[in-house]
Design a protein. Structure first.
Length: 386
């Protein structure tokens, strides 16, 4: 397992109550890189080039050792930084900005009425989306690494030890906790959840994806994206660290040191799978599945059978973000703050935008016709593509 394979790779000597250790997700490029895994130089752009420009920019404070993702509701953006800054921006205009009065450790969740963030000490903080007024607080048993999710009248919060907590939207009263057995070693990652009717989808250590009922926290179904392999615990790490993606009845997910797989969510039958390691994740359109793999390649596969359509490997070892499909393009960010625009039909480079030079680890978000980027330095860019 290489540093490029994880975009991380520092072993944490953290021993939890369950005896589990984790691999911490830290920027591997902060120390001297292995010459064999030096990032590829930026490839030249040629042919028809798309125009990318910033429609607006803003800053909310650095991410520190954490991954901060903004929440997008219509034209409103809710974003936070590790120093406790939390802000709402409407079309780039700051509506309000407050201090949560505590250090924050994960991204932001919002449904347009409520804004929820978490802390390294397991505090869950809820605010009024209209004016940033504090509404309620709650507590979970570990740090909050992933952005909370608000759906079905419920706030879902994932802890660093892979438990999922459900709280009432109105008052923050805890309703249930979902937990499952985890391997001895797992990735410490900001694994996002995905809302579906009746509950949420979440990926877990050991290569599993589960659908969890919003009503009572019971597992509705579970599928195996990847099976752990290898002779050592490190080799057997096969975790789903990115959000599962759904389209109709299809559910797709990617696993580190595992594979990309798509299932029918009704029959739970495997539609197709490919052996690819991806900690960043994938996105779908009506024709294809697009994956950022851990070697720095972006790959496209046919949605029906999983046949390979194209592979763009000229971004090797650049620590790519999850891809985002917008219009006819695939958008990915890298560890040097570059935003790359690929043609979704053949993977060719059609545009590039330089942000502040800090890593783009959070998944790009769609905001109307624009792409929203939050960098590790805490800068937000709403990019217009022509």
């Amino acid at each position: 397992m290489s540093s490029a394979a994880l975009r991380t790779c520092l072993l944490c000597v953290a021993v939890m109550l369950g005896g589990c250790s984790v691999i911490d997700t830290v920027n591997p490029f902060s120390s001297s890189p292995d010459p064999r895994t030096l990032p590829a130089p930026l490839p030249p752009l040629s042919g028809k080039i798309a125009s990318i420009k910033a429609a607006w920019t803003a800053s909310v404070g650095t991410a520190g050792d954490y991954l901060f993702s903004p929440a997008v509701v219509n034209t409103s953006v809710y974003a936070a930084g590790t120093d406790g800054a939390l802000a709402r921006l409407d079309e780039g205009r700051q509506v309000w900005r407050i201090s949560a009065a505590k250090s924050l450790s994960g991204g932001v969740g919002s449904d347009g009425k409520l804004v929820v963030v978490g802390t390294p000490k397991g505090d869950v903080l809820a605010f009024d989306a209209a004016d940033g007024k504090p509404l309620w607080t709650a507590k979970i048993g570990s740090d909050v690494l992933a952005p909370p999710l608000i759906s079905e009248g419920t706030v879902f919060v994932r802890s660093g030890d892979a438990r999922i907590y459900a709280f009432n939207v109105a008052d923050g009263k805890r309703r249930w906790v979902y937990q499952r057995a985890t391997p001895a070693l797992s990735l410490r990652a900001a694994a996002e959840m995905t809302a579906v009717p009746g509950g949420v989808l979440a990926g877990f250590p050991g290569g599993k994806v589960a659908a969890i009922s919003a009503a009572n926290g019971a597992a509705i179904w579970e599928v195996t994206v990847a099976l752990p392999k290898g002779s050592t615990e490190l080799e057997r790490v096969a975790d789903v660290t990115s959000a599962p993606i759904t389209s109709g009845r299809e559910v797709c997910a990617a696993a580190f040191q595992g594979r990309v797989a798509c299932y029918d969510s009704i029959s739970l039958q495997l539609a197709w799978a490919r052996d690819i390691s991806s900690s960043a994740g994938l996105d779908l359109d009506s024709r294809s599945a697009y994956v950022s793999d851990d070697k720095g390649a972006v790959q496209a596969f046919d949605r029906k059978a999983g046949a390979s359509l194209w592979k763009q490997d000229k971004l090797a070892n650049r620590g790519l973000s999850r891809p985002l499909l917008i219009s006819a393009y695939v958008v990915v960010g890298d560890f040097q703050g570059q935003v790359h625009l690929l043609n979704r039909d053949d993977g060719s480079f059609v545009g590039r935008f330089a942000t502040d030079g800090s890593p783009i680890v959070a998944a790009p978000r769609r905001i109307g016709d624009h792409v929203l980027i939050q960098t590790k330095n805490g800068n937000l860019y709403a990019l217009a593509i022509d």
